[in-house]
Ligand binder design. Structure first.
Ligand SMILES: [Zn+2]
Ligand SMILES: [Zn+2]
Length: 153
């Protein structure tokens, strides 16, 4: 499947391109995601690092995760907009901040719904998870196949 997705920061210094269809898009309502977005949830789109290219000056820093393994966040050096991150455990993948894409992507799952702000109503209860989901049961078959091909190479 060939598709190109584009996005960037708010000042326009940093632009990125994704050369393949994303693996999965999810919204996270956990406390950390609220702090880092300054909002009620983050939306992340998972892609392969190999399909990603970025232009412009990027800065990064490492932050802790719940598991203690950490992740690296990348943001525009000029305006500070946080564009994507890389979890240390997810070797081949990046998580793009979906709202920085030029075109929106609807989340396929909501995670940490137990921490969701009470005034947010998610109409599709089937895609809500109290905390994390089981990937094998949640991701589309096509994405699982692409992931296992990538990780076994
Ligand atoms: Zn910027
Ligand atoms: Zn979160």
């Amino acid at each position: 499947m060939n598709m190109v997705l584009r996005g960037g920061c708010v000042c326009g210094e940093v632009k990125y391109k994704i050369n393949a269809s994303p693996l999965f898009t999810q919204a996270c309502h956990c406390k950390n995601c609220k702090i880092s977005t300054g909002s009620s949830f983050v939306i992340h789109t998972m892609i392969f690092e190999d399909d990603f290219s970025v232009q412009g000056e990027i800065d990064s820093c490492e932050l802790p995760t719940g598991s203690g393994k950490g992740y690296k966040v990348y943001f525009c050096k000029n305006c500070g907009v946080y564009l994507y991150c890389k979890y240390i455990v997810a070797k081949s993948r990046l998580a793009i901040r979906t709202a920085t894409l030029n075109q929106p992507i609807i989340p396929q799952a909501h995670i940490f719904v137990k921490d969701k702000d009470p005034w947010i109503e998610i109409s599709n209860k089937d895609i809500c998870h109290d905390a994390m989901y089981d990937r094998e049961k949640t991701w589309p078959e096509e994405s699982l196949r692409r992931l296992s091909e990538k990780e076994n190479n």
